[in-house]
Ligand binder design. Structure first.
Ligand code: ZN
Length: 255
């Protein structure tokens, strides 16, 4: 009986389909507009683009981002300057001006809110999701997103895993970071999500180039064609829509 209930609840939260798949693309790079949007739009699939407000690709191609949003994709918040914790190992790429470990919580919160203002000026939307730059959650041991919970429908982290609606932590949503993996690997993950009625989030940077973290254009194409072919069973939606459904289900559960 419990299984039946869980199943019913999970398919309802996934728009009455077996599972949800969210495609997310980080860092506001040219390749999003040049390769990803045409590929997604040719199949009428909607995704989330986590934008860095200070990226020159926002300034240069602002009207294109506006069209992306008008077309049903989410412009997510990936902060204003993409600060990462430079005190962690392997972070020699972090300059002193963008070192999250040197930030105060207030500065991080204010910059992220300012990026929301910028995104609102582009798309007119007041609800969206956040993605942690470099997956860094804390400043001096304190989680800065706590002060931002009311500003967002949810926040994507970088830990991997498939979760049902009850398991998802909306303050740190799991995802699978893709860098060089094959279409077979990605489609196998989708099949696992279908079988387990869970949420699967992909995190992409470059698609057919444009970033040091990359996935081949044809591999990405095979994945999205698989999703399109199984659209009746898989809810493919921007993160903001999926997060809002999860929030509704989680808040309706009485303990
Ligand atoms: Zn990033």
């Amino acid at each position: 009986m419990l299984c039946t209930l869980t199943f019913a609840q999970d398919t309802k939260v996934w728009n009455n389909k077996q599972c949800a798949v969210v495609l997310t693309y980080d860092d506001a790079i040219d390749i999003n507009l040049d390769n990803v949007i045409p590929a997604l739009d040719s199949l009428k699939l909607k995704a989330t683009f986590y934008l860095i407000g200070s990226s020159p690709v926002i300034n240069k191609r602002l009207s294109e981002w506006r069209k992306v949003a008008l077309n049903g994709h989410e412009l997510g918040n990936h902060s204003l300057f993409h600060p990462c914790d430079g005190s962690l190992p392997g972070r020699s790429f972090v300059g002193p001006e963008n070192d999250l470990s040197k930030y105060t919580i207030t500065r991080a919160v204010n910059e992220i809110r300012l990026n929301n203002t910028l995104l609102n000026a582009i798309d007119g939307k007041t609800i969206r999701t956040f993605a942690y730059p470099c997956g860094d959650l804390k400043i001096g041991g304190v989680n800065f997103y706590t002060a931002l919970q009311k500003d967002f429908a949810g926040a994507r982290g970088v830990s991997s895993g498939l979760q049902n609606a009850a398991q998802v932590d909306l303050d740190n949503i799991n995802c699978y970071s893709i860098n060089g993996q094959s279409a077979e690997y990605m489609i196998a993950l989708v099949k696992k999500a279908q079988q387990s009625h869970t949420l699967l989030v992909f995190l992409f940077h470059g698609v057919g180039g444009g970033h040091s973290l990359n996935v081949g254009l044809s591999e990405h194409s095979k994945l999205i064609h698989y999703l399109k072919e199984h659209e009746k069973e898989i809810w493919i939606a921007p993160m903001v829509d999926v997060a809002q459904n999860i929030k509704t289900v989680q808040s309706s559960v009485t303990h």
